[in-house]
Design a protein around this ligand. Structure first.
Ligand code: R5P
Length: 292
């Protein structure tokens, strides 16, 4: 077996190779002057089971193309099997046609991943589990929430209240609560499909003087998280942590969340960045066992 740390996940790829105790094949990559991606594998993959670690956080389209180029090149050079580890799967939120005429983006992305030669895929905290059923190859999604909660427990958040910013993410709050043990609840969120604006229904939370951890699958613009953090503070919370698996944190997301009253933002290296303090490498190493 061999690991290819893709250009979007070099650090995580190296850690996964280390955890599996196998060699990592370096990748030469750059952009042509017109913006096209160049990819070259700098090692042999012939006859090997190949694990490509390539998240598809922004710039999503470039990272997807790099994934396709890596998978096809590995197959062209005789890889026996290609398993893609895509911790953050881009376009998973566009899993429905919310408005007439919209692209069903995730379905197109899935078909392209399969066509590029990927034989199995591992992802983390996929936006909606229903998306997994649309793949024709073996696929699984694991949750990094227990790892994040363990990290926070070790930092003194045992007994904190676990909150999810919308009903769809209540399972995340439940998983957080299984580690932190301070109870859990979910807010009710509505998003305007045309403007993207998010609203949260006001609710009384039993958090007066207590620590709160808001768990979500991802933070993009920070709008959803800022509303949940703000409501927890309004209900008297002491410290509030904004926690997620995929810290995309685009634009003013960090400022918005901190301005809403969060003490800390905790994410994982599913998406590398300054708030990616928990590594998902051990989870991936364990999760790969039945996909290889
Ligand atoms: C949506 O349902 C997701 O779980 C996240 O809550 C959402 O995508 C985060 O986006 P933003 O940070 O832009 O509000």
């Amino acid at each position: 077996m061999i690991v290819i740390p893709g250009p979007s996940s070099p650090g995580l790829g190296e850690k996964v190779a280390e955890g599996l105790g196998v060699e990592a094949v370096p990748v030469e990559h750059r952009l042509f002057p017109d913006g096209e991606s160049y990819i070259r594998l700098k090692g042999s993959v012939r006859g090997e089971e190949v694990v490509i670690v390539q998240t598809t956080s922004p710039p999503q389209d470039r990272h997807l193309i790099q994934l396709f180029l890596l998978a096809r090149t590995a197959k062209d050079y005789g890889a026996e099997k290609v398993v893609a580890v895509v911790p953050y799967l881009a376009y998973a939120r566009q899993d429905k046609r919310f408005l007439e005429g919209e692209a069903l983006s995730i379905d197109v992305v899935i078909r392209l991943i399969e066509a590029s030669g990927v034989d199995a895929l591992l992802t983390l905290d996929i936006h909606s589990p229903d998306v997994l059923e649309r793949f024709r190859i073996p696929v699984k999604s694991l949750s990094a929430i227990p790892l994040i909660a363990e990290h926070l427990k070790a930092k003194g958040f045992e007994g904190a209240f676990s909150l999810s910013p919308d009903k769809g993410a209540i399972e995340l709050a439940k998983m957080g609560d299984a580690v932190l043990g301070g109870g859990y609840d979910a807010l009710e969120k509505a998003r305007d499909r045309r403007t993207g604006e998010v609203r949260t229904r006001e609710k009384r939370l039993p958090v007066e003087g207590r620590d709160v951890v808001v768990f979500d699958d991802m933070i993009s613009t920070g709008g959803t998280m800022a509303l949940a953090v703000g409501l927890a503070k309004k209900c008297g919370a002491r410290r509030v942590v904004a926690a997620c698996t995929h810290p995309l944190l685009v634009g003013r997301a960090v400022e918005r969340i901190l301005e809403a009253g969060a003490d800390e933002i905790v994410g994982t290296d599913s998406v590398p960045g300054p708030h990616s303090v928990v590594s998902v490498a051990p989870l991936i190493v364990e999760g790969l066992s039945d996909l290889l």
